[in-house]
Design a protein. Structure first.
Lengths: 256, 84
C-alpha cells in the first residue's frame, strides 16, 4: 500500500471517519448545506461524493450517499442534502442535525463522475433538482481555479424557490461571460418568467448544448428518469457517448 | 428504487483498494463494455445487486454476512483499471 496522499491517489484505503458539523444553512425549503470539519480528510475532486452512516441506539444502521458541493479549494467540506419525503436519513440531516453534532462518513468516493479544470472543455452541465450539487462543485472549482472553460449549465427545478444556489449562480454568471446558466422551471415558473418552463427536451438541449462537433464534456445528474432521458437525448443529438457521464439517484419516476 | 454504479463506489472500496467507479467492466451476458459507474445498483434486500445498463444481467452481488462482505462477480467477464 502506498501512503495516503489525497483524492487522486488511487491506492488509498477508504475508512469511516467522524466529522463535526461546523455550520448549517438553509438552501431551499427542502434542502440545507452542512459544513463539516474532518481531521482526516485527504482532499477531493469536484463531482465526488461521500457515504454517511447513521447508527440508532439499538445498533440499526442506515447509510446513504451525498454529493460534495464545495470546491476542492474551499477549506471546509460542504454537503447539500435534500429532504426526501419517505427518506430514512435525509430528514434527520435536514431537520434535526445541529452545529456541533458529529457525523460518521467515508470518502471521497468516485473517480469517474469528476471534472478538473485541467480536463478542459467545453463543459456542459445538466442538473435535475438536487442533481445540481456535484455540478455546483465543478462550477465552484472552475471559478476557484480561474479557468475560462466555456461552460453552460442547464438546471431543471420545480419553481424558483426550489433552485439551489440561485444567488451564487447569478453572481458567477454576472462576472464571467464564458459561463451561461439556463434554468427551466417545470411546475411554478416565477411571474413574468421569459425562460424555459418545461421539462428538458430535445429542442431545449439543441439550443443549450454545444455543437457536438466541439466535443463538450457532458455531466448529467438528477433523478434516474431525468438522467437517462437527458443522456439519451444528448447522444441522439450527436454527442459522443464516451463524453456523456451520468449520475442518477433516488427512486425512479417523479423528479423535478 | 435503483441507483447507479457511482453509489457502489463506497461498497466496492471495502473490497478493492482502488476506485472502482472508473473501472471498465465487460458484461458476461451481452458483452457491453463500460465504466462500473454506469451500471445500475439495486440496493437493499439480502444484498446489493449491480446490473448491466444494457441487458439488465447481474454483474455483481454483494452481501454482508456475520461481519464479512461477500462479493460475487460472475457476471463480469473482464475488469480493467488504471494501473497505479
Amino acid at each position: 500500500m502506498s501512503s495516503a496522499t489525497g483524492a487522486t491517489d488511487v491506492h488509498r484505503r477508504l475508512d469511516w471517519q467522524v466529522g463535526t458539523v461546523t455550520a448549517k444553512r438553509r438552501e431551499t425549503p427542502a434542502a440545507c448545506t452542512l459544513a463539516l470539519d474532518l481531521p482526516h480528510w485527504g482532499g477531493h475532486l469536484a463531482g465526488q461524493h461521500v457515504d454517511i452512516r447513521l447508527t440508532a441506539e439499538d445498533g440499526y444502521q442506515a447509510q446513504r450517499s451525498y454529493s460534495i458541493a464545495s470546491a476542492p479549494e474551499q477549506g471546509a467540506l460542504e454537503l447539500t442534502i435534500e429532504r426526501l419525503a419517505d427518506g430514512e436519513v435525509s430528514p434527520y440531516l435536514v431537520d434535526d442535525v445541529r452545529e456541533g453534532d458529529q457525523l460518521e462518513l467515508r470518502g471521497p468516493i468516485g473517480g469517474w463522475f469528476t471534472w478538473q479544470a485541467s480536463d478542459g472543455g467545453p463543459l456542459l452541465l445538466c442538473a435535475g433538482g438536487s442533481g445540481l450539487v456535484p455540478l455546483m462543485a465543478m462550477l465552484r472549482h472552475r471559478a476557484a481555479a480561474g479557468a475560462g472553460t466555456p461552460t453552460r449549465l442547464l438546471v431543471s427545478a420545480r419553481g424558483a424557490e426550489d433552485l439551489l444556489y440561485a444567488g451564487e449562480l447569478e453572481e458567477l454568471m454576472d462576472r464571467d461571460d464564458r459561463l451561461a446558466i439556463h434554468p427551466t422551471f417545470t411546475r411554478h415558473p416565477p411571474p413574468g418568467w421569459m425562460g424555459y418552463a418545461r421539462r428538458v427536451d430535445r429542442a431545449m438541449l439543441g439550443e443549450v448544448a454545444f455543437d457536438p462537433a466541439l466535443r463538450p464534456r457532458c455531466y448529467v445528474c438528477g433523478p434516474t428518469a431525468f438522467a437517462e432521458a437527458v443522456a439519451e437525448l444528448l447522444v441522439a443529438l450527436g454527442h459522443d457517448p464516451a463524453l456523456v457521464k451520468t449520475e442518477r439517484f433516488g427512486a425512479s419516476g417523479g423528479g423535478p | 428504487m435503483s441507483l447507479d454504479g457511482n453509489t457502489a463506489g463506497g461498497l466496492l472500496a471495502e473490497v478493492f483498494a482502488i476506485d472502482m467507479t472508473a473501472a471498465i467492466g465487460v458484461c458476461d451476458h451481452c458483452g457491453t463494455r463500460g465504466p462500473l459507474a454506469a451500471a445500475i445498483l439495486y440496493p437493499g434486500g439480502p444484498g446489493d445487486v449491480l446490473r448491466c445498463p444494457a441487458c439488465g444481467g447481474v454483474l455483481m452481488r454483494a452481501a454482508r454476512l456475520d461481519g464479512r462482505l461477500v462479493l460475487e462477480a460472475q457476471g463480469v467477464r473482464m475488469l480493467e483499471v488504471r494501473a497505479g
